[in-house]
Design a protein around this ligand. Structure first.
Ligand SMILES: CC(=O)SCCNC(=O)CCNC(=O)[C@H](O)C(C)(C)COP(=O)(O)OP(=O)(O)OC[C@H]1O[C@@H](n2cnc3c(N)ncnc32)[C@H](O)[C@@H]1OP(=O)(O)O
Ligand SMILES: O=C([O-])CC(=O)C(=O)O
Length: 374
């Protein structure tokens, strides 16, 4: 094997086919099951998009009613899980809480190891219904507050706000959140989805695959970037300080969070829609200073490096304006991406091959274990 055979980071390697989504680098476009994500964001709810991702078609009114009723009926989590979350260290990262909760749900599901579309669909829908409850309980315990029970009458996004803040904000805020959920739902063979597919390829169970995917998403080079963006903007402070901050970061060879992408090299297809949602949040909250900083930072960095923002750049400050704690941004990403992950898990299972690449050895030549090691 030569150096040129090695594809570090699997860059440019096509590993398998998928019918879930298509990311087209050349045209900066993204479709879920054939529908452009921008059109879905403009015309659909996250519930409809979740249905689409799992079923391949948008729901009829009757199908949507049945699907949302099922989601609403499964929102509550058992008391043992609530106690488990409340017992975790308050200063641990919320992604560890999410990962623990997913592993717990696997441990109490008698069908955890049952394979096949029907069993996996039931598990996927349960995770989709319960992850918001888990994230909300974790948010509230960090603020010293008791959990707010899920409703059965509010739509997905409004119910999440209710469980986190004990109130539902203005419609525009709920809609911005719903748009972010639609945009985060699916993105082909990204690192966390690929992790889920690798785990599934060993014929392990769906919960194990999702717990692994949560771990992969946590990293700041992937989903964790939405938190890192907000931390960075807060550190920069104001628009007039952006230039000097970037000078210093680049001099120290620091990666600028929320910029760059493995697939899109000329801009992320989802950014214009999420940027518009962020601007709506700026209007609702009167946060012109944050918008000025956001614009100045982007203009300066793109101007210097020609590296464009990814979805995490607008979503981080948008979630901040919605009132979420920075450390909860990536768990919110999980609430959305559970749809894409589980669709890929089912796709992998339906046409499985163990994922096991090769490596080129560059360590010590074979040698004998010395008898005297003193
Ligand atoms: C939802 C999501 O997961 S989107 C991704 C979220 N992640 C981030 O925002 C983290 C910041 N971005 C990055 O680290 C990268 O752009 C990645 C990891 C997303 C993609 O990386 P790759 O495709 O592996 O590109 P790679 O890291 O090799 O970068 C290529 C070149 O661009 C530079 N570059 C890429 N992104 C950035 C960045 N954000 N800041 C500074 N330089 C960058 C690299 O330093 C490298 O330069 P070099 O060739 O001079 O060494
Ligand atoms: O596709 C990727 O590499 C990362 C990404 O944007 C996502 O997972 O949404």
């Amino acid at each position: 094997m030569t150096e040129t055979d090695i594809k570090k980071g699997l860059a440019g390697v096509v590993v398998d086919t998928t019918a879930v989504s298509k990311v087209v680098q050349e045209t900066n476009s993204l479709t879920y099951r054939g529908y452009p994500v921008q059109e879905l964001a403009a015309n659909c709810s996250f519930e409809e998009v979740a249905y689409l991702i799992w079923n391949g078609e948008l729901p009829s009114a009757a199908q949507l009613e049945e699907f949302t009723a099922r989601e609403r009926s499964q929102r509550a989590v058992d008391d043992k899980l609530v106690d488990l979350i409340l017992g975790l260290p308050k200063d641990c990262h919320p992604m560890h809480v999410v990962q623990t909760a997913v592993a717990y749900l696997g441990s109490v599901d008698p069908e955890a190891d049952v394979e096949g579309e029907e069993a996996n669909r039931a598990k996927a829908e349960r995770l989709y219904a319960q992850l918001p409850t888990i994230v909300a309980i974790d948010h509230r315990r960090r603020h010293g507050l008791d959990p707010v029970a899920p409703t059965t009458d509010l739509p997905y996004a409004a119910n999440f706000f209710k469980m986190v803040f004990d109130e539902v904000p203005a419609d525009e805020v709920v809609r911005c959140f719903d748009i972010s959920m639609i945009l985060y739902a699916e993105h082909s063979f990204n690192a966390s989805t690929f992790t889920a597919r690798v785990i599934t390829s060993t014929t392990s169970d769906l919960y194990s695959a999702v717990a692994g995917a949560v771990g992969a998403l946590k990293g700041p080079l992937h989903g964790g970037a939405n938190e890192a963006v907000m931390a960075m903007l807060e550190e920069v402070g104001t628009a007039d300080k952006a230039e000097a901050w970037i000078d210093n970061a680049l001099a120290n060879k620091q990666k600028i969070m929320g910029f760059g992408h493995r697939v899109y090299k000329n801009g992320d297809s989802r950014v214009p829609t999420m940027r518009a949602a962020f601007e709506d949040m700026v209007k609702v909250k009167g946060a012109d200073e944050l918008l000025a900083l956001y614009n100045a930072f982007e203009e300066d960095f793109v101007g210097r490096k020609g590296i464009y923002p990814n979805l995490d750049y607008p979503s981080g400050p948008a979630y901040h304006l919605m009132g979420f704690d920075t450390e909860q941004f990536t768990p919110i990403f999980v609430m959305s991406r559970i749809t894409g992950w589980t669709a890929h898990i089912m796709e992998q299972q339906a046409s499985n091959a163990l994922i096991r690449p090769l490596s080129a050895y560059d360590g010590e030549e074979q040698r004998e274990v010395p008898a005297d090691r003193g």
